[in-house]
Design a protein around this ligand. Structure first.
Ligand code: GLY
Length: 462
């Protein structure tokens, strides 16, 4: 946990953003995966963690915006729990650590909320992403579970996004430590990427690296020689010489901050000329964005910049043609680069996505496009110091998509469909780093992970 001053200051800052009422932050409960006592590894809700810091299941935090008082509702363990789980801190001990002065057993929450409702007070809550949370809010507020997310507080969402978007020094340190775990995951993956090994052996090893540093992975590892499938969770291929292997993986720290890194490795340790040409285009896109990201710049502009670099590189090898700006405006690059440049990252790997992607990545100065590719851009808004975001351009050759576009002769003035046939089985390349927006620019977080052709080949030669 951070210090109690930090949690207290966060709750005070939240109160400053809200007009009145009560805020309820339901912590998560254990979730069974095949029978009640066999549960998934417990993961606390990130907004609850941000304001209350307690990792225990079944705890609810309340902040009273009008009185400034904070409350925690949760049960202390009894002797049965102690027999199975050992002694656990009491609610009062947690309260000493997060600065909450008043704690109650969970059984008191119904009356507490009923009283507030009878007084006509506003109860703010965030969108719920778990059925258990919807059922809890149904019981407390009398709103049907399937209507809970239609009754959320937009005022609260905006306030929470505003606070959680700007990472504090302690959060940045923790994210950076987690990127260093990703360094070990990715260099392990590179060192293992030799012909004859099954993807799942590498997958298992790198997940083990995350676990051995005290956290789980921050999202299910993507590791595949079919990198053209953007989120490929099939890991049963035996990798072969001449293939490219995409590893998109990060760790979660014991404090629950994330890393999210992608590297693309030539199986056997040497890029072919054809692979190197495409690889260096993706690398240039990644580097240009890092060079140009700074406060005041819209991240959408950085996405467009990365798309232009991709088009220039594809023109150089004869896969695209025509004017670069026109091709990007037309969306022609999205045949090869059909996703967004990046997303916010923090305690959630897609930070705060459960609160609504558009609240996090867009605002009233930048609206989401409906153009194929650009529509998937998660983060478009103006950059501010303290934002942590991913930079993850890619180039992919997706046979099913190529076939559809080719049949429609789509963007044919910019795409050389005949040449494209030579790349049908190329696979995909993505290169991703995590950056912090600073006062004047940005900084790549963590120990540098091999990224240039030479760095990757040198590491694999060792
Ligand atoms: N790195 C996985 C994702 O951003 O969805």
């Amino acid at each position: 946990m951070f210090s109690k001053e930090i949690y207290t200051a966060r709750r005070k800052n939240l109160i400053k953003q809200l007009s009145g009422g009560l805020v309820i932050f339901p912590g998560n409960s254990d979730v069974p995966f095949n029978y009640p006592a066999n549960t998934f590894t417990f993961r606390q809700d990130s907004s609850f963690l941000y304001f209350f810091g307690v990792k225990q299941p079944d705890v609810i935090g309340i902040t009273d915006v009008d009185s400034g008082e904070d409350y925690m509702f949760g049960n202390d363990v009894d002797i049965d729990d102690i027999i199975w789980m050992g002694q656990q801190p009491a609610m009062k001990e947690f309260a000493q650590k997060n600065g909450v002065k008043i704690t109650y057993p969970l059984s008191k929450i119904d009356d507490f909320i009923a009283k507030a409702l009878s007084q006509g007070r506003k109860i703010h809550f965030l969108p719920a992403y778990r059925a258990q949370t919807k059922l809890l809010l149904e019981k407390l507020l009398g709103i049907p579970a399937n209507e809970i997310n239609n009754n959320v507080s937009e005022e609260l969402i905006k306030a929470v996004v505003k606070l959680r978007s700007i990472k504090e020094a302690g959060e940045i340190e923790d994210i950076e430590r987690t990127v260093d775990v990703a360094y070990k995951m990715h260099t392990t993956s590179m060192k293992m990427a030799f012909p004859g090994i099954k993807e799942q052996e590498i997958y298992g090893q790198i997940e083990g690296v995350a676990l051995s540093h005290g956290g789980p992975v921050s999202f299910p590892v993507i590791l595949s020689v079919n990198g053209q499938i953007l989120h490929n969770h099939h890991h049963e291929n035996i990798i072969k010489s001449g293939q490219l292997m995409v590893t998109d993986a990060g760790a979660e720290s014991p404090m629950h901050y994330c890393s999210d890194i992608t590297r693309t490795t030539p199986v056997g340790g040497k890029f072919s000329q054809k692979q190197q040409e495409i690889y260096e285009t993706v690398l240039n896109a990644n580097l240009e964005v890092i060079k140009n990201s700074k406060p005041g710049i819209y991240y959408k502009e950085m996405h467009m910049l990365s798309a232009k670099v991709v088009v220039e590189g594809l023109k150089a090898v004869g896969l695209m043609k025509g004017d670069t700006d026109d091709a990007v405006a037309n969306g022609a690059h999205a045949l090869f680069y059909p996703h967004g440049l990046g997303h916010m990252m923090g305690m959630d790997v897609h930070d705060m996505e459960g609160l609504g992607e558009d609240y996090v990545g867009y605002d009233n100065t930048v609206k989401r496009s409906d153009q194929f590719g650009l529509a998937f851009l998660r983060m478009a808004r103006k950059l501010e110091p303290g934002f942590v975001i991913t930079v993850e351009p890619g180039i992919y050759f997706i046979p099913a998509l190529i076939d559809i576009w080719k049949k429609e002769n789509k963007s044919a003035q910019f795409i050389n469909y005949r040449k494209l046939e030579e790349y049908r089985d190329f696979g995909g390349i993505r290169i991703e780093d995590d950056i912090l927006i600073t006062e004047n620019g940005c900084r790549v977080l963590g120990k540098p992970i091999p990224k240039t052709v030479k760095e990757i080949e040198d590491l694999m030669r060792k």
